[in-house]
Design a protein around this ligand. Structure first.
Ligand code: SF4
Length: 354
């Protein structure tokens, strides 16, 4: 339990900083429209603000209301999401927009349980929407807030342990300014983002420096503590892009793997890296040498693509063909049709370098 005096010092220092020094501006701040707040929070899950901003503006200009988003075709929404990654967020976005538009008459739930029941909305997002849109007394707990609390209170319990999660949640709730949860939550998140940053905290300009234990011990780099190392899987994905006068052979990804519902070219996945000479051989792709390739093959350098739990090593072989051969599961698409399809960022990177 935090001492009352400590809580008052913490909360008031934070509020004064927010009102006098916090200049971090974002288009979804200081608004109470739950649709815009929800949209921004879903876009910002696992995405940096700088990257998410243009996506937010694009979504708002294409879909000004939750009904506009609910009524849009899947392909159009996927296309706008292209490059942002973590496509399960996009699928949840569509499901929730349709649920709110069709089942809740376009009205977002205004209570904690109702928000938590939305697909893709966990405790953090529910607290953000609840406090920013409906002024509910819910404390947000994201990576920025964990870091500020761990450092300020010198907590060495791992933030990814169940004990740590409970302790940090209780602490965040105790510190919450229940008269103004929106302002309090925004200040916590902004302080973590612009002052108490992961590698270079600006302690001399921090409103909490007088009560911060990490600052007193000069040990800010010790906090927060994590127990788990993420297991990273190495994957080797090789693509064959057949091009017939601008038309290309593609398929939609299905199944439970990454990039569900996005499009890709002919894929071979291997357990080990494959040498460039091997990739240039047509039998590697299960294609006879006489399949119509004009010998204008172009192989890219290896591109590495990083996902949270996967490191992908990939190359793409482009071959211009003089007839449209059929490959099971793949279809030919004309250039204007290709422009409508959403591809994983890895494939877009290949198309940029070809
Ligand atoms: S004093 Fe430094 S370490 Fe402590 S909360 Fe502020 S920026 Fe973070």
């Amino acid at each position: 339990m935090v001492e009352k005096q400590h809580k008052v010092s913490f909360t008031s220092a934070l509020r004064v900083w927010h009102l006098t020094k916090n200049t971090r501006s974002m288009p979804w701040k200081e608004i109470s429209d739950p649709y815009r707040i929800w949209l921004s929070e879903i876009i910002l899950q696992q995405t940096r603000v700088e990257q998410g901003l243009s996506y937010y503006h694009n979504f708002i200009s294409n879909f000004p209301t939750v009904k506009d988003l609910a009524d849009a075709a899947d392909e159009r929404v996927f296309k706008l999401w292209e490059g942002l990654g973590y496509y399960s967020r996009c699928r949840n976005l569509m499901a929730t927009a349709r649920y709110i538009s069709n089942e809740l008459d376009g009205q977002f739930p205004s209570d904690h349980q109702g928000l938590l029941a939305l697909k893709g909305v966990g405790p953090y997002t529910a607290a953000a929407i609840g406090s920013f849109a409906f002024n509910l007394p819910l404390a947000v707990l994201d990576g920025n807030v964990f870091r500020v609390l761990a450092r300020c209170f010198g907590i060495d319990t791992a933030i990814d342990s169940s004990k740590g999660k409970t302790a940090f949640r209780e602490l965040a709730e105790q510190l919450l300014d229940k008269d103004n949860p929106a302002l309090h939550n925004q200040s916590m998140m902004d302080l973590g983002a612009v002052v108490c940053s992961p590698r270079k905290p600006d302690c001399p300009n921090c409103p909490l420096q007088g009560i911060c234990q990490a600052n007193a011990q000069e040990k800010w780099d010790m906090y927060p503590v994590k127990q788990q190392k993420i297991q990273v899987k190495q994957r080797f994905l090789y693509y064959l892009l057949l091009d017939y006068k601008g038309e290309r052979l593609v398929r939609e990804r299905t199944g439970k793997d990454i990039w569900q519902h996005l499009f890709e070219f002919i894929l071979k996945e291997t357990d080990e890296p494959v040498a460039p000479e091997e990739l240039m051989r047509m039998d590697f792709w299960d294609m006879p040498a006489s399949y119509g390739g004009k010998g204008l093959a172009q192989l890219t350098d290896e591109v590495r693509h990083i996902l949270t739990h996967q490191r992908i090593h990939s190359r793409l072989l482009l071959v211009k063909v003089d007839k449209k051969i059929q490959v099971e599961g793949y279809t030919w698409k004309k250039p204007d049709e290709l422009n409508q399809l959403a591809f994983p960022r890895l494939i877009s990177r290949f198309l940029e370098i070809l």
